[in-house]
Design a protein around this ligand. Sequence first.
Ligand SMILES: *Cc1c(COP(=O)(O)O)cnc(C)c1O
Length: 354
Amino acid sequence: MSQFWSPFVKDLVPYVPGEQPKMTRLVKLNTNENPYGPSPQAIAAMQAEVNDDLRLYPDPNGDRLKQAVARYYGVEANQVFVGNGSDEVLAHAFHALFQHGKPLLFPDITYSFYPVYCGLYGIEPKPIPLDENFQINIADYFRANAGENGGIIFPNPNAPTGCLLPLAAVEQLLKQNTDTVVLVDEAYVDFGGESAIALVNQYPNLLVTQTLSKSRSLAGLRVGIAVGHPDLIEALERIKNSFNSYPLDRMAIAGAAAAFDDREYFNDTCARVINSREAVVAGLEQLGFDVLPSAANFVFARHADKDAAQLAQALREQGIIVRHFKTPRIAQFLRITIGTDEQNQILLDALKAL
Ligand SMILES: *Cc1c(COP(=O)(O)O)cnc(C)c1O
């Protein structure tokens, strides 16, 4: 706190990211990074950008990446927005599409950045409780057309539960909410969901965001995308060009585009994570954990009689880092990222010993 702070900054409640410990030799299963490296083609494309051209600004529109995304999803390049991590894309969406003086609906248990962006952009948050099985009940969101809200946002699969809403349910929600923007945050969709990008041509109020941080193994590069109607994309571009014209550097544009083009490596690494997830779920269940059904690269699990905070601390003492949230309703859960098979075995062995 300082006399130089604006009253606005004094009242902000910032997001707290998962820890990035400086120690080496950790089994790091706390921030849902991919255990496998990025596509070798993505790395080569980034290396090719390290030359004298770095004296020049990058393409402000990131067209090469927009075209790669458009090719991948069979949409037009003007339906694609790209930004510095999907967190930045989400921030612009809050600013451009949700700031209407009406509350924004999202699940009570969800990505904790949403209430933070509500604070930053002066949007009233309206958390809607997940049901007793930690599932989204879409009927609870059927009120947009009554003029009662300023939009809807949820991750699919949800975080930190990992639970998936089938695409048919997303479409039902869209049919009931045509007057406000529905934003589906698909940070984890590649690990077992079906993308709502298939619906963007039918629903002009649908915006889908994705990140290259999880399924494409590029958390360190900071690239996120949004796909939707060109009018929604134009709103995001207006915010972006009023804030930072060059959110993606030359390496990021080239590496991210190559990552989308290398489908084989992507399909292979996603399949490996999904296989490992099934083994981790089975292993945890054998140890007496109740594991929510996951379509993501992490699982959300609670033990019948072991305290989650104590388990997290005991794992930590052995160099195994998982995520524990001290939030009501989920304080007895651990969120465990799927690692390599070797890391997963170290985790299961440590839990067994505990
Ligand atoms: C990881 C994550 C993001 C952020 O992704 P970045 O592209 O790394 O900023 C957004 N939404 C959810 C639900 C996430 O888990």
